[in-house]
Design a protein around this ligand. Structure first.
Ligand SMILES: *[C@@H]1O[C@H](CO)[C@@H](O)[C@H](O)[C@H]1NC(C)=O
Length: 313
C-alpha cells in the first residue's frame, strides 16, 4: 500500500499535477454547470510585492507568494477529496467567488469553525490540501529549512509568510468572516471544507446574520425544490474600503449569488440569484433570471459582456 501510494505520488508529480492551486479549475470542474467556470471576470489585483527585500537571502525561493499569479484558481481540497472551486484575489486577499454543487438532500451540517488556510498560496510546493494554522506553520517551517530561508529575516517568518499570501483570522476587524460557499448547504465533510479563510470575505455582521443568512436558507429549503442538481456560484463585488489602513484585506461592497437548477439529465429547469450591499442596512434583492443579475453585476464589477456566470443556464 505504502509503495503504491508513493508510486502514484511520483507519477502525479511527473504528470505535473500539483494539487489544488493550479492555473485552472481542471481538478474541480464538476463544481460548475457543464464544467464551465465563470467567464470574463478579470478584475483581480496583482499579488502584492514585498517592498523590503534588502539583505534577504534567496528571495525568489523564500518569499511568500513570490511571482504568484492573481487570481489563484483553488480546487478546495480537504484530505483526499475536492469539494468546490474558489477564484482567489491575491491582491485583495479575498475570494472573488466560490462555485459548488449544493447537497440538496439531507440535513445540512455545520462541521467545525473557520480554521483552514491554503498552503499552496504561500508556495506552490507546499501540500495541496487545506490546513489549519499549526499545520500550515509546520509546513512553512519545513520548507524554510529545506530551502535555507532563515527565519531571522522577518519576511521569512512563518506567520508573516502565511499572512502575506492570504487573510488571517485576525485580519477581519469588526467584520464577520462571511462564507461565500456556506457550510449550511452541505453535509458533514463538504461542510467542513467550507471552513477555510479562502472561502470567506469581510461581511457586515448584520447582513451576514440577517438578510444574507435568510436568503441562503431559502436557497436550500425553497429554491432547490424539485432540482436534481443545484449549481451555485456566490461572489463578491470588491469595494473601495479595506479592513485596515495598510490595505491588506478588501471589504466587498456587495455579495451576490447565482444558481442553476437542473433535472437528472443536467438540463436547466430554472435559474436565478440575489444581490445585496454589504452594509448593516442591507436589503437582499432576488432575481428570477441570471441574465438580469448579470446585467446589474456587469455594471457593479465594471466588466463587459464576456462576463457570464453559467454557460447557458
Ligand atoms: C450602520 O452603519 C452606519 C455607518 O457605518 C452607522 O452610522 C449606523 O449607526 C449603523 N446603524 C446600525 C443600526 O447599526
Amino acid at each position: 500500500m505504502v509503495t503504491l501510494s508513493l508510486l502514484s505520488l511520483c507519477l502525479l508529480s511527473l504528470l505535473g499535477v500539483r494539487g489544488e492551486v493550479a492555473p485552472n479549475f481542471d481538478n474541480c470542474e464538476d463544481s460548475f454547470f457543464r464544467n464551465t467556470p465563470v467567464s470574463g471576470l478579470k478584475i483581480a489585483l496583482p499579488t502584492p510585492i514585498e517592498p523590503n527585500t534588502q539583505g534577504l537571502v534567496n528571495p525568489a525561493k523564500c518569499l511568500s507568494a513570490y511571482n504568484a499569479a492573481s487570481p489563484a484558481y483553488i480546487c478546495q481540497r480537504n484530505g483526499n477529496n475536492y469539494y468546490f472551486a474558489t477564484l482567489y484575489d491575491h491582491g485583495r486577499r479575498i475570494p472573488l467567488y466560490s462555485a459548488y454543487q449544493m447537497d440538496i438532500e439531507g440535513v445540512p451540517g455545520r462541521e467545525g469553525s473557520i480554521v483552514y488556510y491554503e498552503p499552496q498560496l504561500v508556495h506552490p510546493d507546499l501540500p495541496p490540501e487545506q490546513m489549519d494554522k499549526i499545520e500550515s506553520s509546520r509546513e512553512i517551517g519545513k520548507y524554510n529549512q529545506n530551502n535555507e530561508c532563515l527565519e531571522r529575516s522577518p519576511q521569512y517568518q512563518r506567520k508573516y509568510k502565511l499572512g502575506w499570501s492570504q487573510a488571517l483570522n485576525e485580519n477581519f476587524g469588526s467584520y464577520d468572516r462571511g462564507h461565500l460557499n456556506p457550510a449550511g448547504h452541505h453535509k458533514e465533510d463538504a461542510s467542513k471544507a467550507t471552513m477555510t479563510h479562502t472561502n470567506v470575505a469581510p461581511q457586515d455582521r448584520k447582513m451576514n446574520k440577517g438578510p444574507w443568512n435568510r436568503y441562503e436558507t431559502r436557497l436550500k429549503d425553497v429554491l432547490s425544490a424539485g432540482c436534481s442538481k443545484m449549481y451555485v456560484v456566490t461572489g463578491v463585488v470588491p469595494g473601495d474600503t479595506w479592513v485596515d489602513q495598510n490595505k491588506r484585506v478588501n471589504v466587498p461592497s456587495h455579495y451576490w449569488n447565482a444558481y442553476c437548477c437542473t433535472d437528472n439529465n443536467d438540463n436547466p429547469l430554472r435559474s436565478g440569484g440575489a444581490l445585496g450591499p454589504n452594509t448593516n442596512l442591507s436589503v437582499v434583492t432576488e432575481y428570477n433570471s441570471v441574465t438580469d443579475l448579470e446585467t446589474e453585476l456587469r455594471r457593479l464589477l465594471n466588466v463587459d459582456n464576456n462576463f457570464n456566470i453559467f454557460n447557458g443556464c
